[in-house]
Ligand binder design. Sequence first.
Ligand SMILES: Nc1ncnc2c1ncn2[C@@H]1O[C@H](COP(=O)(O)OP(=O)(O)OP(=O)(O)O)[C@@H](O)[C@H]1O
Length: 355
Amino acid sequence: MNYIPPSHNNNVIINTNRLTKAFGNLVAVNDLHLQVMRGDVFGFLGPNGSGKTTTIRMLLGLIRPTAGRAIIFGMDNAKQLPAILQRVGAIVETPVFYPYLSGLDNLRVVAATSGMMSGKSNDRRLAEVLEIVELRSYEKLSFRQYSLGMKQRLGIAAALLADPELVLLDEPTNGLDPTGMIEIRKLIKRLSELGKTIFLSSHMLHEVQQVCNRVAILQRGNLLRQGEVSALLQDSEIIEIRLNSEEEAIQALDVIRKAHEDQRTWLRNPRLATEADQAHIILIDAPISRSSEVNKLLARYEIFAAAIHPHEGNLEDFFLKVTTGTTGGHTGMEALAERFLHTEVGQVQKSEKES
Ligand SMILES: Nc1ncnc2c1ncn2[C@@H]1O[C@H](COP(=O)(O)OP(=O)(O)OP(=O)(O)O)[C@@H](O)[C@H]1O
């Protein structure tokens, strides 16, 4: 995606141009072009070590890029960082709170140390943010008694104190149990309804699919894809056709391949299922809304499918496709993607850069 000059579009909240960070020979982030639009819940996806935190740290001005720049709210963060940060709330590392103070008192400390208002308006804001993160009923409880999910939400409450337009969250569900994850998901939706733009990094595709409208996929510091979740999901829809025998499956495959060559280009990558006992199953990367067309096509050649199963797209499949080029059997794909995402990946060596 091309760099959009900031003056041309005020709806672009984050706009990076060739953003790059090298640590010695290791290129942690390489030539990154990101566009986050106003109102997005933007998922920044990638396996461990792919450069997500490094990117967030550059956006927040915590580290300097080796090359390229980041424009936030139309301002260059190398030049106008304080003005940008006034409009941003972020959690990059687990926030530190006083264990023996209550949630409310901890927020009071944050408000006081960051020079926010005091008195009644301050108390009102504290109550508001505790309400948003659903900790109002636990505000008097000491921090050490909070669950991990509550601690994380208190961190988000602290990031919300100054009513930021943009909220940056680095792996907000890391280490949380399913209930904690659901709470964070609900909170992200609530923040989005309040008009915030949200940028969240994650390696949990399923989580991201449920809350984000747009995503960028990073691998070894390189941007693999960026776009609307709905469009990416459509790209990973699969039609599964079960035939009555392996012989019939091979005939059907031939028909589908010819149809693909003959203008039905939406019938992408027809193939036999990879599992040994599934040689009678064909998988096609194709919009599931066209399942009946496939059925009719085969019937014209007197091939009658025993069953046709449309598989909705999911980010795991999509991710696997773009990261490994795998478009094989559907079976086990999610598990494979999940394994991949938890794998520490190797890093690219610093490449020669164009000027
Ligand atoms: N200060 C640093 N010095 C040297 N290498 C670093 C530094 N910070 C990060 N890296 C390396 O840069 C790469 C990208 O790390 P980064 O933390 O940005 O990845 P990530 O996608 O956020 O992964 P994780 O989810 O594990 O934090 C990794 O190989 C990491 O070891």
